[in-house]
Write a protein that binds this ligand. Structure first.
Ligand code: ZN
Ligand code: ZN
Length: 367
């Protein structure tokens, strides 16, 4: 990862914004710009590309090898004062800060100390840079997805669905399989939802036991060097309700339409509409209450967001999910989700897990 190149890109943008520096306090943005992987750090990037990195005493040694190319300050107090001092060190009189990252309390402290330093709230500028991935980033996302694909095969397709297994236990088995395969962690709290529980798009795990005829919705992912993966599959344990089969086919058709709409230059609103219209035409528009997808990278949910509002054009190098769903209270729900890389001539689907409706049934032990 070329962090210097990224800081250079941000510095160019600062000139356009008429800022002399940006105070970066959102941790994924600090990581993107410096390579630091710990849990507390800030970085001030000046318009000429120079920068000061700040962390606390727990991370002195770690930051020395992760961020060898920047002047580092190990702070002994809360961050407002050291940040203002860093701006002074860089000779900055007008600095932006990330408005979504600062608390009201932080703002009060910062303005109290700022004196002659002018502070300007700015939008998600680093997140904007992060939308398009370089090949190294795509490779890490793909690697993370490989761990999830392997877990799906070894657990779900290989007898893991069995009478009496609980949602909680199945989630744990998937997560263990990902880490066994080489993932550094799971990407987020896995969603495993049996039967009518799947009618909640983001169901929380319970101790419900799997029963024959249940459809199972699994939304999970792995992390590799900080980069996330995200996939949803819906499978059946024994023959499902015919209404659920129909819904599955509808969601699969909607997802196909969404994926096929992905290419550089197309608006995220159009991609959302391509999938949403398939579901709406079948009379289930109200049963698809969330956006079609989101970017994936150093955060599990990041720009661009594919929704019916707030559109932006897709650009080569973006990695986005396409994840339509239909949720029927009391009956069940289906979501199918894949990460797609926007390529020069269209798109490339990253996961290799089958999205056919797998009807799995393991006989209970006879002893
Ligand atoms: Zn997901
Ligand atoms: Zn997702």
């Amino acid at each position: 990862m070329d962090h210097g190149l990224r800081r250079g890109r941000l510095a160019e943008r600062l000139v356009e914004l008429e800022l002399e520096a940006l105070i970066v306090t959102r941790l994924p943005n600090v990581r993107y710009l410096t390579g630091f992987t710990g849990s507390n750090a800030q970085v001030v990037i000046a318009g000429d590309g120079s920068a000061v990195f700040l962390t606390d005493g727990r991370y002195g040694a770690q930051s020395a090898h992760e961020v060898p190319d920047l002047p580092r300050t190990v702070v002994r107090e809360g961050y407002p004062r050291p940040l203002v001092e860093a701006c002074r060190t860089l000779g900055v009189a007008r600095a932006g800060f990330e408005r979504r990252a600062l608390t009201y309390e932080g703002w009060e402290q910062l303005t109290e100390l700022a004196a002659d330093l002018e502070l300007v709230p700015i939008g998600p500028e680093v997140e904007r840079l992060r939308r398009t991935k370089d090949p190294d980033e795509v490779a890490l996302i793909e690697r993370a997805q490989g761990f999830a694909d392997l877990a799906f095969e070894t657990v779900v397709l290989n007898g893991g669905l069995r009478e009496g297994v609980t949602e909680r236990h199945l989630a744990l088995e998937l997560e263990n399989a990902m880490v066994e395969a080489g993932a550094e962690d799971r990407a987020f709290d896995s969603i495993v939802a049996f039967a009518d529980h799947a009618a909640e798009p983001h169901h929380h795990l319970t101790d419900r036991e799997l029963a024959r005829g249940d459809m199972v919705k699994l939304d999970f992912g792995a992390r590799s060097d900080g980069y996330h993966s995200d996939i949803t599959r819906t499978v059946a344990f024994g023959e499902p309700d015919p209404r659920m089969r129909e819904i599955r086919d509808l969601v699969a058709a909607a997802q196909r339409a969404g994926i096929d709409a992905v290419r550089p230059g197309v608006s995220t609103v159009e991609v959302d509409a391509a999938a949403r219209s398939v579901i709406a035409e079948a009379g289930h528009g109200d049963a698809f209450p969330h956006g079609l997808g989101h970017g994936v990278g150093l955060e599990i949910h990041e720009a661009p967001f594919l929704r019916w509002d707030g559109g932006e054009d897709l650009v080569e190098g973006m990695v986005v999910t396409i994840e339509p769903g239909v949720y029927i209270p009391g009956l069940g729900g289906v979501r199918i989700e894949d990460m797609v890389e926007v390529t020069a001539d269209g798109r490339r689907e990253i996961p290799r897990s089958t999205k056919e409706l797998m009807v799995l049934w393991a006989s209970p032990p006879t002893t």
